[in-house]
Design a protein around this ligand. Structure first.
Ligand code: FIX
Ligand code: ZN
Length: 435
């Protein structure tokens, strides 16, 4: 229950949520309602506890996040080659010393670690990490997850699940069952972006496919997708795509998309999540931190949305320069839903620009953010930052509306925040139909 509601009820007054708010009341009402609305996080790299070491959490994982590794190499003399020889805790100590002691942690990713330490009442400027390590070591993962979800204000975590990942797929074959807050996504990068390197892994799982995807390969890939959908019960299929993505195309990517993945999504009534614009491994020396961004030609998306009207596309694009045209395309095609301020865009200065233009062009018919969290506790700062950045933008939209002649009520704001952070996701992802 929000502060004003509590105050009203303590004074024996029932707050009329349908009474127009005075403009001066709106910013606080937005902040309260955002804080009180549990969010559905529609894209993360988190895993439920049953996935064992794939589930990353705790201070050493927080500090060795690839966003921070990228920043380390700009402020340390250590070479990447030397860094990769260090143990996880030595890597974390080096990052802590370099980015948090020798420099002020004012970047988005360093501030995030500070926010997590503060959330658990741990020192945020300690000379070293023993107290933080002891704290996380003393937590039981299952109860820790529930506390983190509560601190972050999120109700659902959508994972990223790769049926060809040698560390992950055996767990699914054994019969892993994520708890109800965790939802699977059938991730297709290895199939759609690297078929030559991975078709044999599909054969090894019992499907008659070949390097050219000839003969009965397409029907076998459809069978593979249907079998994995039965196993994972995914809320969508997903793939990241390079800035060079083109469609239609007679490339393997274009063929497998048109002939196998899109028909499978229709048959299974699943949306396809496309994250477009990544330039993989521009600097392989720094590992996951070595990916970059490129402006994509969104004609590919235009062709997909127009030529496959019975498919639904959740879309996030990585280049800031692609954002406005993504909004325009969303106005043309209602089978496409823009989501998130992805990766290099998840910084207040850009989140503000993107969210304002989305509200101006799309109203509340988009999903403002996902966390992309790789380490459990990151959701605490990523969602605090989202609420901090988006709250004032929403309040400003209501101020303009009020100036133009219509006030808003608490009920309006609750409906809008719910749509942005919950019901748009529920309409496009079958989160509740889990068997
Ligand atoms: O393709 C993806 O899901 C990207 O989000 C990741 O590959 C990327 O490393 C990431 O975690 C960005 O935040
Ligand atoms: Zn991701």
């Amino acid at each position: 229950m929000t502060t004003e509601l509590l105050k009203a009820s303590s004074e024996g007054k029932s707050l009329n949520k349908d009474a127009p708010l005075a403009p001066v009341q709106v910013p606080a009402a937005v902040a309260e309602i955002l804080a009180a609305t549990p969010i559905i996080d529609i894209h993360t790299h988190l895993f439920a506890p049953a996935f064992g070491k794939l589930s990353l959490w705790g201070i050493d994982e927080l500090l060795t996040y690839h966003y921070l590794e990228a920043e380390l190499f700009r402020s340390s003399t250590v070479t990447p080659e030397r860094y990769w020889t260090l143990s996880k805790s030595a890597q974390a100590d080096l990052i802590w010393r370099t980015l948090f002691i020798e420099n002020t942690p004012i970047s988005e990713a360093t501030r995030g670690v500070v926010a997590v330490l503060k959330a658990f009442h741990l020192p945020t400027n300690a000379a070293a990490l023993p107290e933080a390590r002891a704290f996380f070591k003393s937590q039981s993962f299952e109860s820790h997850i529930l506390r983190v979800l509560q601190l972050a204000g999120i109700s659902d975590i959508v994972m990223t699940n790769d049926p060809l990942d040698p560390e992950e797929f055996p767990l699914w074959l054994k019969g892993v069952e994520p708890p109800r807050q965790f939802h699977a996504v059938l991730r297709l990068d290895r199939i759609l972006n690297a078929w030559p390197a991975h078709w044999q892994a599909v054969v090894a799982q019992g499907y008659s496919v070949d390097a050219q995807a000839s003969g009965k390969s397409i029907s076998e890939i459809r069978r593979f997708l249907a079998d994995w959908a039965k196993r994972m019960n995914p809320v969508c299929m997903a793939c990241s795509l390079p800035d060079s993505f083109a469609f239609p195309s007679d490339s393997m990517n274009g063929r497998l998309l048109a002939e196998a993945v899109l028909p499978a999504c229709r048959e299974l009534n699943l949306s396809l999540s496309l994250m477009i614009g990544v330039r993989k491994q521009v600097n392989p020396r720094i590992g996951l931190a070595g990916d970059a961004v490129g402006r994509a030609n969104l004609m590919a998306l235009e062709n997909l949305c127009r030529d496959f009207p019975d498919n639904r596309f959740l879309v996030s694009v990585l280049s800031r320069e692609n954002q406005h045209e993504l909004c325009v395309y969303a106005r043309k095609f209602n089978n496409m839903l823009p989501f998130g301020c992805w990766w290099f865009l998840n910084n207040p200065s850009i989140v503000e620009e993107m969210t304002r233009e989305r509200i101006e062009m799309l109203g509340t018919s988009f999903i403002p953010q996902h966390s992309d969290a790789r380490v459990l506790e990151q959701v605490i700062y990523k969602w605090a930052n989202t609420r901090r950045t988006i709250g004032p933008i929403l309040a400003e939209s209501y101020r303009l509306l009020s100036e133009d002649g219509r006030g808003v009520t608490r009920a309006d704001i609750e409906r809008d925040v719910t749509r942005l952070f919950r019901s748009n996701a529920e309409a496009w992802l079958p989160l509740r139909s889990r068997t």
